[in-house]
Write a protein that binds this ligand. Structure first.
Ligand code: GLU
Length: 322
């Protein structure tokens, strides 16, 4: 079978146990299915991402024997690809410029809703009310090379949003089962290019996964709610979406997802013993058993986990109507 999987960290800090679990899960799935496993650095946001974290993450992964089967790609070097994909959306008349601030979006949303609006407990869950939809659409002539450059079309203060329409999108996750979301109603017109410059995560991740021919995505459950937006983009690019599997998050004792913000402890990978210990905790989080033997090599552990993984997580097809 043909299988291409990937791990796509954002180098905003070193790997912690939660990100190592996602890396290990995607690696095991690729190995269990005799596929390729790629690493892609999602460093499009040059403010938040740092090159030294990219180097550190690659070093941490290689200590754990998780090594990309192809040259590592860096989103920061792929803007020309995102220009091309964005042009395709412009051509379809789907993008418009938006200069709303967060505060404006918030108050427009509150004003248009009686009582307490749903999904507005945090900004992240706020549905864009479509304020800038009436600005004349970007013209086809903007496809010309360079027209998407920040200063020419977008100015510093414009974001590009995509018009969504009410439509329930069904999808299937190998672990979570069926999911459905009306992107238009529950998310609204989402950002394709940010007002401060970079292309959005949604656009880059889909463009890259298409370009890298990724067939299977295994990643943390916190990203599951992005999936319908990404499937929508696959549809617009007339491309078959990959198969998805979202794995459980590692949480701290307060029940928060491990992250830089929740002060996730740094991984200690300074000796082979510590590496094996760390990998065993990552594997155990994925429901995999480790031999008690103290002289077991990381290679043989990885081999054994791959076998267990293939038994626990077969590549099942979604039911016929998904
Ligand atoms: N770069 C994203 C993150 O670090 C992951 C993207 C993905 O796997 O789709 O959370």
């Amino acid at each position: 079978m043909s299988y291409i999987g990937r791990f796509a960290p954002s180098p905003t800090g070193p790997l912690h146990l939660g990100s190592l679990v996602a890396a290990l899960a995607s690696w095991l799935d690729a190995r269990a299915n005799k596929g390729l496993w790629l690493i892609r650095m999602e460093d499009i946001d040059r403010e938040r991402c740092k090159d030294h974290f990219s180097h550190l993450i690659l070093d941490q992964l290689s200590r754990c024997q998780l090594i990309s089967d192809q040259e590592v790609v860096y989103q920061s070097q792929r803007t020309h690809i995102y220009d091309t994909y964005t042009s395709q959306l412009i051509q379809q008349g789907l993008l418009y410029r938006c200069n709303c601030s967060r505060a404006q979006i918030w108050s427009a949303r509150l004003a248009s809703t009686t009582g307490s609006p749903q999904n507005t407990s945090s900004f992240a869950g706020l549905v864009y009310p479509g304020t800038c939809r009436n600005i004349p659409p970007l013209l086809e002539s903007t496809q010309a090379h360079g027209a998407l450059s920040e200063d020419h079309w977008l100015g510093k203060s414009f974001a590009l949003r995509i018009k969504t329409s009410p439509q329930t999108l069904d999808w299937w996750d190998r672990r979570l089962g069926p999911g459905a979301q009306d992107v238009g109603a529950e998310v609204g017109d989402f950002v394709i290019k940010r007002s401060d410059g970079p292309y959005s995560y949604q656009l880059c991740v889909v463009a890259d996964d298409i370009e890298q021919c990724v067939t299977h995505i295994v990643r943390g459950e916190d990203l599951a709610d992005n999936t319908p937006r990404q499937i929508l983009l696959y549809q617009l690019f007339q491309h078959r979406p990959p198969t998805y599997m979202h794995v459980p998050l590692v949480k701290n004792k307060d029940g928060d997802k491990l992250s830089k913000q929740t002060l996730a402890p740094a991984l200690d990978l300074d000796s082979m013993d510590k590496i094996i210990q760390t990998m065993k905790s990552a594997a155990s989080h994925l429901g995999l058993q480790s031999t008690e033997s103290t002289n077991c090599s990381l290679e043989s552990l990885l081999q054994n986990w791959t076998h267990q993984w293939s038994l626990i997580n077969p590549l099942t097809s979604p039911p016929i109507d998904h």
